[in-house]
Design a protein around this ligand. Structure first.
Ligand SMILES: Cc1cc2nc3c(=O)[nH]c(=O)nc-3n(C[C@H](O)[C@H](O)[C@H](O)COP(=O)(O)OP(=O)(O)OC[C@H]3O[C@@H](n4cnc5c(N)ncnc54)[C@H](O)[C@@H]3O)c2cc1C
Length: 435
């Protein structure tokens, strides 16, 4: 008889895991509290506008991810326009192109000559041990100096995590830097030695949105919607799951959580330590404006420095990236607001948030016309923050799994927030369970 596996949560972690598990061996059911698939992955089409509330684009990163996409949704893959190579950072209200190659460092207003010299010296840094509590800030400043940290790294980190690198553990937030410092010493050398193929560096999206990819991935998966997990307990060798919808206890041989930490924390008292994982809130605001009534550089988008105290974290220039997804005569942009940097702004009434941000955008883009289309979504718990205490949380997760055979904890707060990292984590976990 097949063993029964319950996967909790139908985000990319849960769905990709269900996809990779051996269906000859296991009867797999995914339980999801909402009425649709995706979790943080949410694609919308309203009138003539198609956009994302979560990830807009992802970098493939891993060969296995490319293979999965080619197998499941090859014909749906799209690539951003050539304009995507222009990425901007706002410096004192000026759009400055982020350097994307060694040559573009020279003369760039974000980097002085002394920072370039520091980059050259970085090559000679020898490998050294890092403490588990070392922050991203400490490592980046040691290697590249204050200017590169504030002008390039902070905006970049905001773009990924909506967070503050000062409080972020390098081991969990940027494992590549953790590895580089300890194995190679120089981070630049490490990146050069471990360069990905151009194919894997590609940025991708899907014709009908990221959610359509998850829908295709889940074609043969049994998903039970409107099933909010309430409690998990163990009786002998089986796990008993109780859902909010009814009092019936469902029994499974294995349970795999792909839930956010704050949800799993409520299902069993021995998991309450997961409340220690913090998440940053992000308000995602799509706006469309007539192209001839505003001025904007063309490109991927713009990120901000913390020191400039803007009321937004960054803006994606959707209509430059994917011109077919909005009317030709409009600029569609996605404005990201809040994060760790400006949590208090998100406590305001929604209209006040929009007014505060729009008055800044009006000046920045010399907007003369009205907003012709808008959509907004507040992610109260958008992205997990790998704070300096994260190591101790991970150790508690490991201890829990050791004590509770056949209970696995996955999710973006364990091993990476990016979609390709979630797919790789699912593949690795499935290999372990299938073996
Ligand atoms: C605004 C935003 C922008 C992002 N941009 C990018 C990007 O550009 N590139 C990139 O790679 N990544 C990006 N990410 C990160 C990425 O989207 C997430 O890390 C990833 O989607 C998380 O997937 P997951 O399956 O681990 O968790 P989730 O997507 O959170 O899925 C968890 C699922 O569990 C369900 N659930 C919760 N509680 C219960 C319960 N009690 N019972 C049953 N089900 C429950 C939820 O409804 C949800 O479906 C972004 C995230 C956000 C929020």
């Amino acid at each position: 008889m097949k063993q029964k596996i319950a996967i909790l949560g139908a985000g990319i972690s849960g769905i990709s895991l269900a996809y990779y598990l051996d269906k000859e061996k296991y009867e797999v059911t995914v339980f999801e509290k909402s009425t649709s698939i995706g979790g943080c992955v949410k694609s919308k089409t309203v009138n003539e506008y198609a956009f994302e509330l979560g990830p807009n684009t992802v970098q493939l990163k891993h060969q296995e991810v490319l293979e999965l996409i080619n197998k499941v949704a090859k014909d749906d893959l799209i690539y951003p326009s050539a304009l995507a190579k222009n990425r901007y950072i706002l410096k004192k209200n000026k759009f400055v192109k982020a350097p994307m190659s060694p040559l573009s460092l020279f003369g760039n207003p974000l980097i002085s000559f002394s920072s370039i010299l520091k980059l050259l010296k970085e090559f000679s840094i020898k490998p050294g041990r890092l403490d588990e509590q070392t922050s991203v800030k400490e490592v980046v400043i040691n290697h590249f100096g204050e200017e590169i940290y504030h002008n390039l790294f902070v905006p970049f980190c905001t773009g990924i995590y909506a967070s503050n690198p000062e409080n972020m553990s390098v081991k969990y937030g940027f494992p590549i830097l953790w590895e580089a410092h300890q194995q190679t010493g120089s981070i630049i050398k490490h990146f050069k030695n471990n360069r990905r193929s151009p194919e894997l560096n590609k940025i991708i999206a899907f014709k009908n949105g990221f959610q359509s990819f998850l829908e295709k991935l889940s074609k043969d998966i049994n998903i039970q919607y409107n099933q909010e997990i309430k409690s998990i307990s163990k009786q002998g060798k089986v796990y008993q799951l109780k859902f909010k919808s009814n009092d019936e206890l469902l029994e499974f041989d294995k349970v795999i959580s792909c839930l956010p930490a704050y949800t799993l924390a409520n299902t069993n008292s021995s998991l309450s330590f997961l409340h220690k994982v913090n998440y940053s809130p992000v308000y995602v605001w799509q706006i469309a404006i007539q192209k001839n009534s505003m001025q904007k550089p063309q490109g991927f988008g713009v990120l901000t420095r913390a020191m400039d105290k803007h009321h937004f974290l960054g803006i994606i220039f959707n209509s430059d990236l994917f011109p077919g997804k909005s009317p030709k005569d409009k600029h569609l942009m996605t404005v990201m607001i809040g994060g760790e940097r400006d949590k208090s702004l998100l406590e305001l009434d929604e209209e006040e948030i929009k007014q505060t941000v729009f008055s800044e955008l009006k000046t920045l883009f010399t907007i003369k016309g009205d907003v012709e289309f808008e959509h907004s979504h507040l992610w109260k718990n958008a992205i997990p923050q790998f704070h300096l205490n994260h190591e101790s949380i991970i150790q508690e997760v490991k201890k829990f799994e050791e004590l509770n055979n056949d209970f696995y904890i996955s999710g973006n707060y364990i091993d990476g927030v990016a979609i390709p990292d979630r797919i790789m984590a699912s593949l690795n976990l499935a290999k372990k369970i299938n073996a």
